[in-house]
Design a protein around this ligand. Structure first.
Ligand code: ZN
Ligand code: ZN
Ligand code: FE
Length: 752
């Protein structure tokens, strides 16, 4: 045996390395490699000092990079050689405090296989225990009050571990070594069951049994979970689903369905490998995918929809519930309409009481409310996150240009999220919701505070939308900070650049509902030459009056009247209000908009699909779904005119509107006309982007804004641009809708 050189190194690991079993992982490996020293959390991550044979120290470093624990995300490792200090053991030393916390909090993660096996094992002490977790799984962000991540800084602080749990916690060889949320039936949180008036109280297994019985009987119950409360009912029970829809005052918006496993999901939806991977990932998003015609769920689950949102259980409680029910369960967030979801028991009982027969609660507080994340399958083209929340927030994302000063970005108005920068990265919050509701605005204030606090960020700059009426804008300008106003569609394009680590310039195509433009009109069908610092508007959809202003959002028939009038066609429906609105539009009464989302609304209406909507983008979604049975090659061709106005390229859809309405009036099936409309707009958008790219000498086009959640439209534009030899950036991880705006704002503020 050759002599080995003794060496000591200090290894600093940054990234998501706290609360994910990193220290025990280091401990076990150090022991195995015969190393001495210590590991501890600090505000920057994890610090390790190891001493031993040089090869063994190198091997440890390699394992940190190549084989970290499943939930850890190692951003960087620094190794410095220091003086040999001697010692006989390896220890996990107590967390050092002091200095600003800069450690990302890890995300809430679905129950791991090892924990599930225990929950299913009658001989295990955690048999049927709904709060089983370990260092590889369980709640994190939603229970964390402060960093560093230690039990005392979580909502588990009030639960003293029993001797057996403590022994696991203290044993470096155990899967629960330093598992901060460790719990068992003897010492941990307990289930509770009660009626809305507080009667009928049951605990533990009896509570679970009562919930199963209620669901089998067609009842509607509220179930407390990780980041909030779900309203649950049997998804195969027509009457129960209809009752839930009535009580929640949710007219048409589809409900998500939880099923036991991937096989059960495949029985409802057509999944591909991307969908299966997303659905089974520890983040467990709701995945919206094409539904099977024979999917056995009540019609009221997703009325008139060709798709279904399905997700898998992510807590032991979910596994127990769907396991015993053996049928799909509607699990929709427990909030009336678009308000923030309830997250404390009193609030839940007050707000959800009128909607449910009973509550299945527990006594582990939720510190951060966090809705389920939502992804949509683009068949054969991957999945796209529409709502980035539980399981994803607050995962940091690298900025293309690092922030020199701490930035707070407050997002938009709808689907609000907020973000902070930590130098090289941006951290976005969970989904907060539509700020027009007071409860959501309170939740916004809490999210801003908590995100800053967790990341030790004292913002020096606040980035916000240009819209003067957004509550987020008003909040931002009232702070005593330097402001960085970012135009809405510039932020959309920037958020797409962040996703791809790109600094621009690119041709940015931003199609969405509405965003405040630099000229005071409402934009939404925009072509920009943009980099992270700024943009020039180089093209847009032709402007039209929005009769009645924001009323036109809920009532697409108003947009239909406006566009029909502009195109010189007769709106194919009769309404007492029609003449008045047509008159408003003709006289230019109302804000002017170039919104592509509103054009889709108008077209859906003119083709007879919808005159009003009950949720955002419903008309456009209906138009997309109407086209689904028609192959692209079979779609008719409709003309879109291209004009130039003041050097800007203007897409004029009036010939398209006239041709589509004429076809429909002549009896062409709505599916065929809808396919033609998509083809025409997609091609026109791609051709405009290509023309602008050539004109400005650019080779990359970024597609952003909520309209690009339209899978069909996106596919047409992407294919055509790619065929033209251009690189196309599309959204996958950062939402294309306003949920991604804060990330774009932060990136712009960082680059300026
Ligand atoms: Zn586990
Ligand atoms: Zn215990
Ligand atoms: Fe937008």
């Amino acid at each position: 045996m050759t002599t080995t050189t003794l060496t000591r190194c200090r290894i600093t690991v940054r990234g998501t390395v706290q609360g994910v079993g990193f220290r025990p992982f280091v401990y076990r490996n150090a022991l195995e490699l015969g190393l001495t020293g210590f590991v501890r959390n600090d505000s920057a991550g994890v610090v390790i000092e190891v001493e031993g044979a040089e090869l063994a120290v190198e091997e440890l470093s390699r394992r940190l990079v190549d084989e970290p624990p499943p939930l850890a995300i190692v951003a960087s490792i620094e190794v410095a050689t220091i003086d040999v200090a001697g010692g006989h053991s390896f220890e996990i030393v107590a967390t050092s405090t002091g200095g600003p916390p800069a450690v990302p909090v890890s995300v809430d993660s679905a129950t791991c296989a090892a924990c599930l096996a225990e929950v299913d094992d009658p001989a295990d002490r955690r048999y049927r225990y709904p709060f089983t977790n370990c260092t590889d799984c369980g709640p994190r962000y939603t229970i964390t009050l402060a960093v560093p991540y230690d039990r005392s800084a979580t909502t588990m602080a009030g639960f003293a571990m029993c001797a057996q749990c403590q022994a696991e916690y203290d044993d470096p060889a155990d899967r629960r070594f330093h598992a901060q949320a460790n719990a068992c039936p003897r010492c941990g949180p307990r289930l509770q069951w009660c009626r809305p008036d507080g009667t009928g109280r049951l605990v533990g297994d009896d509570a679970l049994d009562a919930a199963v019985t209620a669901l089998l009987d067609g009842g509607i119950i509220a179930v407390k979970g990780i980041g909030g409360y779900h309203l649950a009912t049997d998804a195969t029970d027509e009457a129960a689903v209809a009752a839930l829809r009535g009580r929640k005052a949710r007219d048409d918006k589809p409900f998500a369905v939880m099923v036991a496993d991937l096989a059960a999901a495949e029985a409802l939806c057509l999944l591909d490998p991307d969908a299966r991977a997303a659905m089974a990932s520890p983040s467990r998003p709701i995945v919206i995918a094409p539904r099977r015609p024979d999917a056995s769920v009540a019609t009221g689950v997703a009325p008139d929809s060709a798709e279904l949102g399905v997700f898998l259980p992510y807590t032991p409680l979910h596994h127990l519930l769907v396991g015993e029910l053996r049928r799909p369960l509607v699990m929709t967030s427990g909030n009336p309409s678009d308000e923030a979801i309830a997250h404390d028991d009193d609030d839940a009982i007050a707000r959800l009481g009128p909607m449910v027969d009973a509550f299945l609660l527990h006594d582990r507080p939720i510190h951060v409310r966090c809705d389920d994340s939502v992804a949509r399958l683009r068949p054969g083209r991957g999945v796209q996150l529409l709502r980035r929340s539980r399981g994803y927030a607050p995962e940091p994302r690298p900025l293309p240009v690092a922030a020199r000063r701490p930035i707070l970005a407050v997002g938009a108005e709808l689907k609000n999220t907020v973000a902070v920068t930590t130098g090289p990265a941006v951290v976005a919050s969970h989904h907060i919701g539509d700020l027009e509701h007071l409860a959501t605005y309170r939740s916004f204030l809490h999210a801003v505070d908590h995100l800053c606090h967790l990341h030790g960020v004292v913002p020096e700059v606040v980035a916000h939308d240009l819209h003067p009426e957004y509550l987020s804008t008003k909040f931002a300008v009232d702070l005593d900070l330097e402001t960085c106003p970012v135009q809405h569609h510039h932020a959309h394009v920037a958020s797409c650049l962040v996703e791809h680590g790109h600094t621009g310039p690119v041709i940015g195509v931003a199609f969405d509902g509405l965003g405040y433009g630099t000229d005071g009109t409402l934009w939404g069908g925009e072509f920009l030459v943009a980099d992270l610092r700024g943009f020039e508007r180089v093209g847009h959809l032709a402007p039209v009056t929005m009769p009645g202003g924001s009323a036109a959002i809920r009532e697409p028939w108003r947009m239909a009247v406006a566009w029909a009038g502009a195109a010189g066609v007769e709106a194919p429906f009769d309404d007492a209000r029609l003449a008045a609105v047509a008159d408003l539009a003709a006289r230019g009464q109302g804000p002017v908009t170039t919104s592509m989302g509103r054009l889709f609304d108008a077209l859906a209406c003119l083709l007879g699909l919808r005159t009003t909507v009950t949720y955002e983008a419903q008309a456009a979604i209906t138009l997309e779904q109407a086209a689904r049975t028609i192959e692209r090659a079979e779609a008719p061709t409709y003309p879109v005119a291209v004009d130039t106005d003041d050097g800007q390229l203007v897409l004029d859809p009036r010939p398209l509107i006239a041709a589509a309405v004429a076809d429909r009036t002549a009896g062409t099936p709505v599916a065929v006309v809808a396919a033609g409309v998509h083809e025409a707009i997609g091609r026109a958008a791609a051709d405009a982007a290509e023309c602008l790219a050539r004109r400005h000498g650019l080779a990359t086009v970024a597609l952003s804004g909520g309209v690009f959640q339209n899978v069909r439209l996106s596919e047409i534009v992407e294919e055509r641009l790619t065929a033209a030899g251009l690189a196309v950036l599309v959204h996958r991880q950062v939402p294309a809708n306003d949920g991604g705006i804060c990330i774009g704002q932060a990136a712009v503020a960082a680059a300026r």
